[in-house]
Design a protein around this ligand. Structure first.
Ligand SMILES: Nc1nc2c(ncn2[C@@H]2O[C@H](COP(=O)(O)OP(=O)(O)OP(=O)(O)O)[C@@H](O)[C@H]2O)c(=O)[nH]1
Ligand SMILES: [Mg+2]
Length: 462
């Protein structure tokens, strides 16, 4: 039985606004079937069969007027997305059509759904745990193919399966500890070596794996901030355009062309990169440029990765080394641009000049040797490691990571407690904390406000 909103039936347009092939109206709850029966006239009269698409018309029950020709699918509880009775109406995708059908549905007793409310019901009714609800969100927001793969794996229960195994192990250790609390004289024998070993193998190790996977995977999921900087006229905007594959930023031979921050994104071997082109930094000439330079400096401080573009049509210039120092750049990737204006000897002079840093040589305008730049960037971002841990096909998100780290800390304290022969009731406290941390991830012990925040990130109708 649903344990949530027993009497509420919710409805929403589940497809995005605007023109399209079809638009879907989704209704979930006790009244879904009755409402459908009142507004739907099947082409072949008869009962609505569950999980069958039925062809017919939506009719205004007030005056018998036909609103649209539709396909309707009724999914009887509990075999539906929310585990409640669900009706989905596939109508033509005009906004007037969809709004009219939706208002018929609400007029008959349904209320408008809040963002993510269908998925929230699926969670509250026990069809999916919280990690899978979050995976639905990641799936909708995936920006690269890798991000999509992670979401699908999490949706199929990658994270929750592992957590359930860890939880089961913790529960059986807890049972032993509880016995030990009752029979303190036999404590050592009851807890014994087996439980300490199973804590290491079945709790601590898998938790460490998940933490490592979450840390690595955050690059794929959340992407990185890349900022292009340098002195005026060196080819920063040309580089942005070359990387994103279109004329996004204005390029001219006038120094000081770019003033605003120009933001774009591109897919770097599966890593979503947000890239910002900035105003060339120099002693300011006018107030507008000055503001642009200030914004460039601020953005540089937030960057995960920095590409410093220098002008290869000129001789190496101390000003670029000063630039690195003045802007507190840790270890920028140096791109010597305008390769078409350089011979081998000049390249050697640049190499010597920037040594021990190793610059890459490119031509942004001609699009030459750009892979050298993107490969170097990719190596910096990933630290040379695979983004995927082959032994762990799932990637917990940041919220989950925080709880995993807490659970791991608590499990390590339990381990230390075993090793030092700490009293069983003290060990039990740490063990419970580990269990609570895991419950918070799967949704068993998650605070209401966290749930609300997660589901409010969804769109209406999902
Ligand atoms: N020869 C040559 N010229 C280039 C190359 N890349 C850019 N340029 C030229 O350099 C000039 C400046 O290019 P931009 O991309 O506007 O330079 P910027 O660094 O964004 O300049 P500001 O916005 O003024 O700071 C333009 O005339 C470009 O055509 C290149 O690879 N080779
Ligand atoms: Mg520019």
């Amino acid at each position: 039985m649903p344990r949530y909103g027993e009497d509420d039936t919710i409805a929403a347009i589940a497809t995005p606004p605007g023109a399209g092939g079809i638009g879907i109206i989704r209704v979930s709850g006790r009244e879904a079937r009755r409402i459908a029966a009142e507004i739907f006239r099947p082409a072949k009269p008869g009962q609505l069969e569950s999980h069958r698409l039925t062809y017919g018309h939506i009719v205004d029950p007030a005056d018998g007027r036909v609103i649209d020709e539709v396909m309707l699918c009724y999914m009887r509880a509990p075999n539906s997305y929310t585990r409640e009775d669900v009706v989905e109406i596939q109508a033509h995708a005009g906004s007037v059509v969809l709004q009219t059908i939706l208002s018929l549905v609400t007029g008959l007793g349904a209320r408008l759904a809040e963002p993510g409310e269908f998925t929230k019901r699926a969670f509250l009714n026990g069809r999916i745990d919280l990690t899978r609800a979050e995976a639905v969100l990641d799936l909708l927001n995936a920006r690269t193919r890798n991000g999509l793969d992670i979401a699908v794996s999490n949706l199929q229960g990658g994270v929750s399966r592992r957590l359930h195994a860890i939880r089961d192990a913790l529960i059986s250790i807890r049972a032993a500890i509880e016995v030990a609390i009752d029979f303190p004289e036999d404590e050592e024998e009851i807890i014994g070596r087996d439980h300490a070993a199973s804590l290491g193998e079945e709790v601590i190790k898998p938790l460490e794996r998940l933490v490592a996977a979450a840390r690595r995977g955050s690059i794929v999921r959340d992407g990185v901030e890349l900022v292009i900087c340098g002195r005026p006229n060196v080819g920063k905007s040309s580089l942005l355009n070359a990387l994103v594959g279109r004329e996004r930023a204005i390029v001219t031979s006038v120094a000081g062309t770019t003033r605003d921050l120009i933001e774009e994104s591109f897919d770097l071997n599966g890593v979503p990169v947000r890239i910002t082109d900035t105003a060339g930094i120099r002693e300011h000439r006018d107030p507008v440029e000055e503001i642009g330079i200030r914004m460039a400096r601020e953005r540089l401080r937030q960057a995960d990765q920095v590409v410093l573009v220098v002008d290869g049509s000129q001789e190496p210039d101390r000003a670029d080394l000063d630039f690195i120092a003045e802007n507190g750049l840790d270890d920028p990737l140096i791109a010597v641009n305008k390769l078409d204006r350089m011979d081998g000897r000049k390249q050697e002079r640049f190499r010597g000049f920037f040594s021990p840093r190793i610059p890459v040589f490119i031509s942004a305008r001609e699009g030459t040797r750009l892979e050298e730049l993107t490969d170097a960037l990719y190596r910096r971002i990933t630290g040379g490691r695979e983004l995927w841990d082959p032994g762990c096909d799932c990637v917990p998100n940041l919220r989950q990571l925080a709880a995993l780290e807490r659970g791991l800390d608590a499990a390590r304290r339990v381990d230390a407690g075993f090793a030092q022969g700490a009293p069983a009731d003290l060990v039990a406290v740490d063990l419970q904390e580990a269990l609570d941390a895991i419950g918070e991830i799967t949704g068993e012990t998650t605070a209401e406000d966290i749930l609300d925040r997660i589901f409010s990130e969804f769109c209406i109708g999902k």
